[in-house]
Design a protein around this ligand. Structure first.
Ligand code: ADP
Ligand code: MG
Length: 631
């Protein structure tokens, strides 16, 4: 029997491992099963190269929990290790890695992330075990050995009677980690980390119902079922993303989506199969989930794998920000997994991956648009939030998105920007030759304004996401000589100002006389009284909310840059536009009885407020009661 001292200068490395890696204890299982998987794949490679001539047999990896003995065993039928292998790979290499790890990262918070990279994989067993045994027999014709170490730098290594090829790692679970002796806990971990590992993993047995062997029939003449126990395989060793896209059908992608998210009942809208091998290695499937613009969107649904081993579902910094709303998997051995977030975001390879994914997504969207526009239009309301977000956050995407971004009108028609521009150019240029795009955020609330605009032959776009004000701001910067206004930002003649003058029935003096009369009955801080010479048939008073102030306020609400100067929430301000040509306005001006004048003015402003849904509380009750009296 060999006794030795593990070559490490730092005494008591195990307490350090345990302390540093505290938050991530559960990854021990992933590390051990990943090693078992590697060993199995190595043997398969040796076998196909003719270097291993024996029978492969059933190579499933087994996880065995013995609650009584307080052990967890991970058992594989891979290459195994000779005595020399154990000396070399477990005692020396792994520990020199551990030493380096401790030296480098003893002061670092996210030390847990460094596991694996420094060969700490196997030693992560000590996060939950007080004693570990390795019983292993190499595929080479050499006797088996048993290695044992209780967490002190001393280990023992002796020969063993194990006959079967492969490795068993036996963890003697520490008192503070007995939670891992619960089947459900292990089941959850297997499901989280090992769901798509490339070698079958067995955990216990499960029931299956088959036709009974004796052919016994029930009273309806049907063959009775019989319960049998079969191995419970917990993973799918060949998930869809590892297959070639040409071998998969639409339903295969949908069923893989269900495999990823068993709780999601809706099919995704469409998928993108990623497959790159140069200049980096990346595979995966991304799904556009079905969501509506107003629904709370869930981030962090994309899962990141490295050669089918689950790493994380926090893909920030790897996937472009606007795509973190997508679902699916990304698998790449080229993503440096074991480093901090800030390092990741600055990494050149990661940046390339992000821009590649962004390009793939826009290519796919363009392809869908070109292939079947009607179908693309049908999906538009569900996908527009991703695209708007992408246009705002990713310049290159914004450029590519011009080809397939759609604008929906209140009449339910969809146009690309080019089509829209062509369509509105004849009617929607103002006196300065600027093209004016009109939009609405709420078809119901802004109905009277929309009605006025469409009657004039204008197109009104439906733009109802919380990104709208940022988006139109961007369009004004990038589309030369255009402005964007919400349909209720001004009265219809001013919305697109063509400088068509209607003579006014009230001169300036008369307007000045009237102004204080109106100001008296409205909240002065909120409303600015303005006069405009409109058609006699237009409303006597209209309330509009100027575009600029409203947009500022909205951008502040969703966190736009540069808004800090206003400090706190900005107040809502409106213009109360008085139609100088309306007979009612002349009537107010000419009313000699002061009390009566105030009353008519109040009723007229109340009506304007009411049509904007702005008459509320006591004022509304009063208005209703007075109206009933009148009737
Ligand atoms: P890594 O997997 O990154 O190489 P580990 O600490 O996880 O680092 O493992 C160290 C080495 O121990 C492996 O490279 C391998 O040579 C050996 N090893 C670990 N587990 C097994 C196993 N189940 N079968 C065969 N060899 C193993
Ligand atoms: Mg490993």
């Amino acid at each position: 029997m060999a006794k030795g001292k593990i070559k490490v200068t730092t005494e008591n490395i195990f307490p350090i491992i345990k302390k540093f890696l505290y938050s991530d204890h559960e990854i021990f299982l992933r590390e051990l099963i990943a090693n078992a998987t590697d060993a199995t794949k190595k043997l398969k490679t040796l076998s196909s190269a003719g270097e291993f001539k024996g029978e492969m047999g059933d190579t499933a990896i087994e996880v065995i929990v013995d609650k009584k003995a307080k052990t967890i065993t991970v058992k594989d039928k891979g290459v195994g290790m000779t005595k020399e292998d154990v000396e070399k790979y477990i005692n020396q290499i792994a520990f020199s890695g551990a030493e380096e790890f401790v030296d480098k990262f003893k002061d670092q918070e996210d030390a847990a992330g460094i596991i694996g990279k420094f060969g700490l994989g196997f030693y992560s067993a000590y996060m939950v075990a007080e004693r570990v045994q390795i019983i292993t027999k190499s595929y080479k014709d050499e006797p088996a050995v048993i290695w044992e170490c209780d967490g002190s730098p001393e280990y023992s290594l002796k020969s063993h009677k194990k006959e079967e090829r492969g490795t068993e790692i036996v963890l003697h679970i520490a008192e503070d980690s007995t939670e891992f002796l619960e089947d459900v806990r292990i089941k959850t971990l297997l499901d989280k980390y090992c769901k798509f590992m490339p070698v079958a993993i067995k955990f216990g047995q499960k029931s299956e119902w088959i036709d009974n062997k004796k052919g016994k029939k029930d009273k309806d003449g049907k063959v009775e079922k019989e319960e049998i126990k079969v191995d419970n395989i917990v993973n799918n060793p060949s998930p869809a993303w590892t297959k070639s896209p040409s071998s998969l059908k639409g339903e295969d992608y949908n069923s893989f989506y269900k495999e990823l998210y068993p709780m999601n009942f809706e099919d995704p809208l469409f998928h993108i199969h990623l497959n790159v091998d140069y200049p980096f290695n990346l595979t995966g499937i991304l799904y556009f989930p079905k969501i509506s613009a107003n629904m709370e969107v869930q981030k962090d649904k994309i899962q990141l794998y490295s050669k089918q081993v689950f790493i994380t579902d926090s893909v920030e910094g790897i996937v472009p920000d606007f795509l973190t709303l997508l679902h699916g998997v990304i698998d790449s051995p080229d993503i440096p997994l074991n480093v901090s977030r800030s390092y990741l975001q600055a990494d050149g390879a990661v940046k390339k991956i992000a821009s590649h994914i962004s390009k793939k997504v826009s290519d796919k969207l363009e392809e869908l648009f070109k292939k079947d526009r009607a179908d693309f239009e049908a999906k538009w309301d569900d996908i527009k939030i991703f695209i708007e977000y992408g246009i705002l956050s990713d310049e290159k995407f914004a450029e590519r998105a011009k080809k397939f971004t759609l604008y929906k009108t209140t009449e339910g028609k969809y146009y690309t920007m080019d089509e829209l521009t062509e369509k509105i150019t004849p009617a929607q240029k103002d006196k300065d030759d600027k093209l004016v795009y009109i939009y609405t955020s709420d078809v119901e609330a802004q109905h009277s304004f929309i009605n006025a605009a469409t009657t004039k032959g204008y197109e009104v776009l439906l733009m109802d996401t919380h990104l709208t004000s940022h988006l139109v701001g961007k369009f004004e910067q990038t589309l030369e000589n255009t402005t964007w206004v919400r349909v209720d930002a001004d009265t219809i003649d001013k919305l697109i100002n063509k400088d068509e003058k209607i003579p006014s029935k009230l001169d300036e003096k008369q307007q000045e006389k009237l102004k204080p009369v109106i100001e008296e009955v409205v909240e002065k801080a909120k409303f600015t009284v303005q006069f405009e010479s409109m058609s006699e048939t237009d409303q006597p008073m209209t309330i509009v909310q100027p575009e600029f102030m409203r947009r500022m306020k909205e951008m502040q609400a969703v966190g736009g840059g540069g808004m800090a100067m206003f400090g706190g929430a900005m107040p809502d301000t409106y213009n109360l536009v008085v139609n100088t040509n309306h007979p009612l306005i002349s009537k107010i001006l000419n009313e000699k009885d002061k009390a009566k004048q105030t009353e008519i003015t109040k009723r007229t402003t109340d009506l304007a407020l009411l049509s904007q849904n702005m008459l509320k509380g006591e004022e509304l009750t009063k208005f209703i009661n007075q109206s009933i009296e009148l009737i």
